[in-house]
Write a protein that binds this ligand. Sequence first.
Ligand code: CS2
Length: 487
Amino acid sequence: MITRETLKHLPTGVASPSYDLKDIKPGILHFGVGNFFRAHEAYYVDKALALPGQQGWGIIGVGLTSGDRSKKKAEDFKQQDCLFSLTETAPSGESKRTVIGALRDYLLAPEKQEAVLEYLADPAIKIVSMTITEGGYNIDEHSGEFALDNEAVQRDLANPETPSTIFGYVVEGLRRRRDAGNRAFTIMSCDNLRHNGNVARKAFLGYARARDPELASWIEANATFPNAMVDRITPTVSADIAARLNKESGLDDLLPLVAEDFTQWVIEDEFADGRPALEKVGVQMVDDVTDYEFMKIRMLNASHIFLAFSGLLLGYDHIDESINDPDLRKLVETYLDTDVIPTLKAAPGEDLEKYKESVISRFSNPAMADQNLRIGSDGASKVQVFWTATIQNLLKDKRELDRVAYGLAAYLEMLRGKNEKGGTFEPIEPTFTDDTWKIARSDDYEAGFALPAFDGWRKLDHAALDEKVTELRKVIREKGVKAALSI
Ligand code: CS2
């Protein structure tokens, strides 16, 4: 176990926080303490905490669910004083190990509702950040607005002072602040969405307006919602990986974590009540994040799902196996060169050609052992966020549809949960209902067009795309992925 005590004699090669934990005061509250958050925001804030005058930016973590896994995680955090080790591994295999101390408390909201609300109302908390996944903002795909008919949202609106959703918590926290004459906080999304701050604004204000229009206006005038691009590949840590990490570090960490050595965070500098000195620890503070987002989402994430869907069909477990398959690598390269890069503008300091090379090298990092099933999960949201803009561009400009049609065909075939080696797997689609699954599993090649993933181009002329997708589905099912790729 890592604790404040064991920090004093860590194994050689493991760096401990270079500040005194007892000097750290909470300044940030974070919802969704997953591996990505721990390897990204917590990693940067940890570096900032070591700088003079930055000790007021410790992080309070909050989990919104209280199933067995959540309880176990909370227990582990408690036993370890919220400390955990991060192993950063380069594609060459070289690793660096650090104990991160930025997380100073961890609460499960269902068990500690009032404590979470007290933190949210405390003026010391100046930033409320979140990683709640692309689909977590409860935006209706058709209207583009916050979905008020969601059951949990309805429950919170009926009992706004005892919430259960992130929207209910944040807005109740802000209500308490306003009533006490305190300032609002910054609401900082760290999810992989285009203009994630705007999406967060829409979601939280959508909820607030339904709760109390005056409160919503106060939030709108006082809170800020910076847009950000976030990037670091952080795979799931299985029991085997945890054992390996501990063996390599010499630690006995209950919550070990591995990430690639690459990391990037670009934020629009709009904070309601101050922020850590992030610019001193490698974060790029900019006026406009748009071109960074386009680059990351349309290049890295878009390629990732191509590789995941294809890899699952071929019976590969991991992304590095997918990218090391020459046909899949060629697919991704051609997609980026032909369909994506010509439509992008390089952000200041970025070179799209070099970015492409770095993405491919990052995917081939064997230490990530990043699961195709994880990357290919929630395709319904990911297709919309990562592919839709590119597909819309191709349709509007009447350009070649081969790669995107293949990608959509691979997605639909993947949803059937069968690979070419005769194996089966369970695709993960958290937003699917029984009806959606029926469509997804139907033998009819065209039924899948009704799925939400296809919503983004319904208003455009998409007949040619549908035709190609149907044809490629047939080829994938009858002759396999490789045959479809060689068409
Ligand atoms: C992945 C991301 O899950 C996914 O869709 O593409 O988690 C990816 O690893 C990160 O965006 C990298 O920053």
